[in-house]
Design a protein around this ligand. Structure first.
Ligand SMILES: Cc1cc2nc3c(=O)[nH]c(=O)nc-3n(C[C@H](O)[C@H](O)[C@H](O)COP(=O)(O)O)c2cc1C
Ligand code: SF4
Length: 692
């Protein structure tokens, strides 16, 4: 295939000071939960992006000093020369594929609680340390501290140079960088030359950029990452006020401007709350005030949109974090005219959640993310099959679709049998709920790929019995029949029957999604704590119900703190008029009302509701699997070599987990798989134990 000439502009080189990016694709800095703790995994993940065509591949934030220690997060670190080798490994992986490696050194200021280093956090002013409300305060920096900070930053720059980086990114974004914190009126109460006027508050950032430029000379590009608006009105930076003035003040100083909005929950917004290009209204002034190249982000996955913002003069380079995670080969696919092969980010922020949980990042769309090194999984290549057994996949939800696709790519003949008349399973059902339409990309990408493969045949409206599965004659069988929501209230809070539940007007999310819906006053009981309870409430409001949402947790959808959505979800429900009752468990259901009980005091509370939607937990639909697995002889008589349950039918979880299980099924077909099926990064103590 050849590239559509409309996209030629995306492949023009861009000069970033003394270095040149081969095209306009800029992988913006993103943490990954691997960082310095799993450095080989991190380096391989970055290398794959370079291979996939990104011209600039950035690190995550790299903390530069023991006073900027964000333990237990597993981001990058550059405290001494000892930290150089793992970053050099990343540079090598990036350079191997012709991309530029960029590094984002940071001092986290009051964000760093210094749990490992035990240093007192640093800040422009005395202020409580912010991350996780640790009971400690940051101290106001004196002049010696400021001089020391400049030296630490410079040391990090020189070490980055030694490691082989091509670009240094000076960071004042996300309310996570000390130099940025100095700029804020609400933080900086200093009376010296670093406080007061805007020029004074920006002084430290200017010095950092100048120090960096003087140190690297013509050997590296110097970028700036700056959040022009914090979306908190006059309390914070605003794009039409100080945000703009700061860009004007520093306009020609760096070699490149990477601009966005702050804080992280505004920058990495999910598709439930923001569409592609959501940052443009804030950053579109930047190119008017600088002659330097400008990068911006905003979940860009469509080449037409990318071309349009370049042609409109909004940016010079397309910045992307999540689109590069979901499809590291996005630039290559555009370059090769493979637009329909792009695995578009769905904007779910599972990647963010895993990083926030201090675990290696996972991606809903890209099951190979984080597996590049430890399992050798490549996002655009898969090994050929090792046997010629046919594959039968029962169920075409996210697990089944991915299993069929990946097994087909390995060269197996695949039958994908789906009981209903549409592909996608839970993804199709959920994507029809308010705010979740973009999630259908999980289905659409796979359905399209499969439709192009002669060796994968799909049968809709084909519920297979156990007998039919046995008679089918496939050597490899994956059962991907999903899960169903429980109506009995059993979940995290209740492991006992709820009074009056028998005969009550009960509904589950499955009912709502299939159109069986209550009217009047409805209680949504959310003991699941992810998105489903809140989405049910939104749907029922749209249907004209009066909705109360009760949860045993202190806030609505508490787990969505990890996906950066909790605040927005609760605000949306309140705006829609949903009555939110937090910290209450279901106690009794009557015909016309429901009794809740405070989880702390036990104090009862009556809610006027004649129906309850239970969002508590799910049960696997695994009857077929259990029956098949119970009779090994029958299996072998039928020629079945592999029988696996995958996805929600194995263990109800996220869509990301289902896609991964489907992919894993296909990758492991005919392969020797050990009990720990991946390489681990262990601290080398071999010498101490005299191991080989
Ligand atoms: C998992 C994840 C981790 C991130 N970590 C960083 C970081 O370390 N430093 C930074 O400047 N931005 C970080 N970001 C923000 C991204 O660079 C980017 O600005 C934001 O995600 C919006 O771009 P996108 O829509 O292309 O994802 C992170 C984003 C994600 C998704
Ligand atoms: S996890 Fe979701 S938001 Fe993150 S890159 Fe993958 S699809 Fe996009």
């Amino acid at each position: 295939m050849t590239r559509d000439s409309r996209y030629d502009i995306l492949f023009e080189p861009v000069k970033i000071g003394p270095v040149t990016a081969r095209n306009r694709f800029y992988q913006a800095p993103h943490c990954n939960g691997m960082g310095r703790t799993f450095p080989s995994s991190m380096a391989a993940m970055r290398g794959v992006k370079a291979e996939g065509g990104w011209a600039v591949v950035s690190t995550e934030q790299i903390d530069i000093h023991p006073t900027s220690d964000i333990t237990p997060s597993t981001e990058g670190r550059l405290w001494s020369d000892k930290d150089i080798p793992y970053l050099a490994r990343m540079c090598d992986a990036v350079h191997e594929h012709g991309a530029l490696a960029s590094i984002e050194p940071v001092h986290n200021g009051k964000w760093a609680a210094n749990l490992y280093s035990r240093e007192v956090p640093l800040f422009p002013t005395h202020m409580p340390a912010s991350d996780a409300n640790y009971p400690l305060q940051a101290r106001a920096m004196n002049k010696a501290d400021i001089r020391a900070f400049r030296r630490w930053h410079l040391d990090a720059v020189m070490r980055a140079k030694k490691a082989g980086f091509d670009i240094i990114c000076c960071y004042a974004g996300h309310n996570l960088s000390l130099a940025g914190m100095f700029m804020m009126n609400r933080y900086n109460f200093r009376s010296d030359e670093y406080g007061g006027s805007l020029e004074n508050r920006v002084r430290l950032f200017r010095e950092i950029i100048e120090d960096t430029k003087n140190a690297v000379g013509d050997s590296m590009g110097v970028a700036v990452r700056f959040s022009v608006d914090e979306l908190r009105g006059a309390e914070g930076l605003e794009a039409d006020k100080e945000g703009r003035e700061i860009v004007e003040m520093l306009a020609e100083l760096p070699d490149l401007w990477d601009v966005n909005i702050s804080e992280w929950h505004n920058d990495s917004q999910t598709s439930r709350f923001a569409a592609e290009g959501y940052q443009e209204p804030f950053i579109d002034f930047v190119k008017q005030v600088t002659s330097k190249p400008v990068v911006a982000v905003g979940r860009y996955t469509t080449p037409d949109r990318m071309v349009s913002i370049i042609e409109k003069g909004i940016v010079d380079m397309i910045g992307a974090a999540r689109p590069s995670i979901a499809d590291p080969f996005l630039p290559k696919k555009i370059e090769e005219g493979r637009i329909d092969d792009i695995r578009e980010c769905i904007g779910c922020n599972i990647c963010v959640a895993w990083d926030n949980m201090k675990a290696p990042m996972r991606c809903t769309q890209n099951p190979t993310n984080g597996e590049e090194w430890r399992r050798g999984w490549h996002p655009d290549r898969i090994s050929k099959r090792t046997d010629d057994g046919a594959v039968l996949v029962v169920g075409a939800g996210p697990a089944g679709l991915e299993a069929a696709l990946a097994a087909g790519q390995r060269g197996h003949d695949v039958i994908l049998a789906e009981a209903t008349d549409e592909l996608g399973g839970r993804v199709s059902r959920e994507s029809r709920l308010p705010g979740l339409a973009t999630w259908a990309r999980v289905r659409d990408y796979r359905a399209y790929q499969i439709s192009q493969m002669a060796n994968v045949v799909v049968y809709l409206s084909s519920a297979l019995s156990v007998e039919q599965i046995l008679e089918h004659g496939s050597a490899h069988v994956a059962i991907a029949t999903g899960a169903r929501w429980r109506s009995d209230g059993y979940g995290r809070q209740h492991q006992f029957p709820i009074a009056g539940i028998a005969g009550s007007n009960l509904f589950t999310p499955d009912d709502i999604m299939s159109g069986n819906r209550p009217g009047g006053n409805v209680l949504v009981y959310d003991d699941d704590h992810y998105y489903m309870g809140s989405v049910m409430a939104e749907q029922l409001v749209a249907d004209g119900c009066r909705v109360t949402l009760a949860t045993p947790h202190a806030v609505v959808a508490s787990w969505t703190n990890y996906t950066l959505e909790q605040h927005r979800i609760q605000a949306r429900l309140l705006e829609l008029g949903v009555e939110v009752i937090a910290s209450h468990a279901l106690q009794e259901i009557n015909t016309l009302d429901v009794t809740l009980a405070c989880v702390y005091s036990g104090q009862p509370r009556l809610v006027d509701a004649s129906s309850v939607v239970m969002v508590t937990s799910r049960l696997p639909e695994d009857a077929a699997y259990q029956e098949l697995a119970a009779d090994k002889q029958r299996l072998s008589d039928s020629g079945i070599v592999t029988l696996k349950q995958i996805g929600d039918c194995h263990g109800p979880a996220t869509i990301a987990a289902a896609v991964y299980e489907g992919h894993r099924f296909a990758r492991e077909l005919g392969e020797e798989v050990s009990e720990i099926p991946y390489r681990r990064e262990l601290t080398e103590l071999a010498d101490a134990f005299k191991l080989p």
